[in-house]
Design a protein around this ligand. Structure first.
Ligand SMILES: [Fe+2]
Ligand SMILES: [Fe+2]
Length: 404
């Protein structure tokens, strides 16, 4: 607990309306945090059959009961979790996690159905595999990497590799999905899918299926440490202060520590997942963090592991496609061209160059698909070209202090 952290003041009206529980250690064990990336899904749920709680210091407040779900109360919860220096955490009872998972999965299914109807160039098999990965990624929450979570990550990675999806179709579908519905995008799920595609298709010596599954798991876990970063920093609108950026950077070490602890407890997680979580912000010429590693581990003991060099490319591409509180989403064309500009410093050319070519050819493929559909069915175009590219480039040049 940070010394600066202080208790958020709960309004009297809330105290009257809500049940409040004293949070001793035993009680706290009954609760688990909600995956914040998926919190907005709840706005699209018609109802919930579980309660949502705030943890506020040593109190737990039952803020939304099953029959009380409303956008207004969800907004209030979200706003409270963004208060600087407050110990507010959104959580639910562990015993009700399955109900939460079912609601999130049903909202995701509805969203996927809607994007498939909206953009007919998208591939249903890719969205199905993506959905399985996203289900696994939503489980990776604060202190929550249990055997159950790890087994779900293993199963999702295995289903990805056995699906034999075409890599161009997968890259194209993933890249375009976000233009249809930005809230559907799950960063870790997309990193897992892209990293596995790179590992299986774009290396001079493609990895075997089982190795690709490990790479996919590394993608799912790469930002596990973000669950240790307070929401007011993680989702801060605008640029970080230098101090906040230092806090953000610790997600690499937190990820390593959390995964190492889980492995120590016997969770079936490959030890390379911890290494990749630690190294995924290292950059090829040594300008990254936390340790300024550079080059290839195969050639130098201070180098970066192959799996990390793969995941870091998938990570940056996915992050650029996402709309974040501090930046607009880029189209795939804008994202890959922006990466090309920094590639000499940031990425292993042996991996990046074929990835670049592949994304470009997948963009061309999807333009053809779109044109064919337009010819047959009338206009299907839904991707708005934005002027976000130049804005993002300015931001990258001005400061590299955002964390993917
Ligand atoms: Fe990261
Ligand atoms: Fe990331």
């Amino acid at each position: 607990m940070s010394e600066k952290a202080k208790k958020f003041v709960i309004k009297e009206a809330t105290r009257k309306r809500c049940k409040i529980i004293k949070a001793d250690e035993k009680t706290l064990k009954r609760f688990m945090p909600v995956c914040l990336e998926l919190f907005p899904y709840l706005k699209e749920a018609e109802r919930i059959d579980f309660s949502l709680f705030f943890r506020n210091g040593d109190e737990i407040i039952e803020f939304i009961k099953p029959n009380e779900l409303s956008c207004e109360l969800l907004e209030q919860m979200w706003a409270a979790s963004l208060k600087p220096a407050a110990l507010v955490e959104i959580c639910l009872l562990r015993s009700e996690y399955k109900k939460f998972e079912a609601i999130i999965n049903s909202v995701r299914s509805k969203k996927i159905k809607a994007v498939l109807e909206k953009d007919r160039t998208l591939d249903p098999q890719v969205t199905e595999v993506y959905s399985t990965l996203s289900s696994a990624s939503q489980m990776i929450v604060r202190g929550g990497i249990t055997n159950h979570v790890a087994n779900q990550a293993i199963a999702a990675a295995a289903s990805l590799m056995s699906s034999q999806i075409d890599s161009e179709v997968a890259v194209g579908t993933l890249s375009r999905m976000i233009n249809c519905d930005s809230t559907l995008y799950d960063h870790s799920a997309s990193v897992a899918m892209l990293a596995a595609i790179i590992a299986s298709s774009f290396l001079p010596q493609p990895l075997h299926k089982q190795e690709c599954e490990v790479v996919a798991q590394c993608g799912l876990y790469h930002d596990a440490g973000k669950s240790c970063i307070a929401n007011h920093i993680l989702n801060k609108p605008g640029i970080f202060t230098p101090e906040e950026f230092e806090v953000m950077k610790t997600h690499t070490q937190h990820g390593f520590d959390e995964l190492t602890k889980a492995i120590g407890r016997g969770a079936p997680i490959h030890e390379l997942s911890a290494r990749v979580a630690l190294e995924h912000h290292e950059r090829f010429t040594g300008k990254g963090y936390p340790h300024g590693r550079k080059g290839r581990l195969e050639e130098d003991e201070n180098g970066i592991h192959l799996y990390t060099r793969i995941v870091s490319i998938a990570d940056v591409y996915s992050a650029l496609l996402m709309k974040r509180v501090y930046k607009d989403a880029l189209t795939s064309d804008e994202a890959i061209k922006l990466m090309k500009k920094v590639a000499d410093n940031d990425f292993d050319p042996i991996i990046f160059d074929p990835f670049y070519d592949h994304v470009m050819s997948s963009i061309a493929l999807y333009e053809k698909k779109e044109a064919a559909l337009e010819e047959n069915f009338g206009s299907v175009r839904m991707i708005g070209k934005t002027d976000s590219f130049s804005k993002a480039l300015r931001e990258v040049k001005q400061d590299k202090n955002k964390v993917s």
